[in-house]
Design a binder for this molecule. Sequence first.
Ligand SMILES: *Cc1c(COP(=O)(O)O)cnc(C)c1O
Length: 251
Amino acid sequence: MRSYNARCELQMLIKNASDILRRMSHAAMRAGRSPDAVRLVAVTKTVDAETIKKAVDAGLRCLGENRVQEAQKKISNLKSQVTPPTPPLNKGGSIEGVEWHLIGHLQKNKSKYAVQLFDLIHTVDSIDLAEELNRQAEKAGKIQRILVQVKLSEEETKHGVSEKELMPLLEKIKGLRNLKLEGLMTMPPYFEDAEKARPYFKRLRDIRDEAERCGFKLPELSMGMSGDFEVAIEEGATMVRIGTAIFGERK
Ligand SMILES: *Cc1c(COP(=O)(O)O)cnc(C)c1O
């Protein structure tokens, strides 16, 4: 029974992931973009380690977590199940071939662990945090890849820098030698109708284009979730962060 269920779950993950990848390709092509230009970040928050292992078996290679502590347990658990020799944590924090992304808010006092665990941190939102990540990355002998999270709505609960704060933060990061800034991330308010999120995705791309005219290189746009990733891709997303549509509703 157990192995039957396990096989079922793997089949379900393969089916969900390939459906999503197909929809991602179609959205990219509708916008005249190459399907290769968009990556799927499978959001594994609240998903248990056993299912994550199956997601990796299903071919998912880029995993997103929103909490440092939760990720710590899962990453070490997954590492212990993988047979090939694993690279040391501070050399990118990944088991062979799997990339871990931090997509949730990061508290400054967890920077050290975030640098050990994550290949890409999507949620840098203050000069203080950038400086601390740079300090910890330097100590670990790592160049930490980051995105800056931009807040485009007035919601109290959302993190991210305002448009006004963005340029000073980008300028600051330019001087931090152990950080590699790769782009921007945003999370619009939740809408039933994905079309309502479109202006937020478009706005992030416009902000990126403006920053690039000022000399910054920001190729990555992390935007789009289960309910709105196709719209995000049409507006230029290079990474979509998808949980529910792969793993089902979170408990
Ligand atoms: C949970 C989460 C997601 C995934 O949301 P789904 O709707 O389950 O796809 C994406 N981004 C962030 C920042 C999240 O916290």
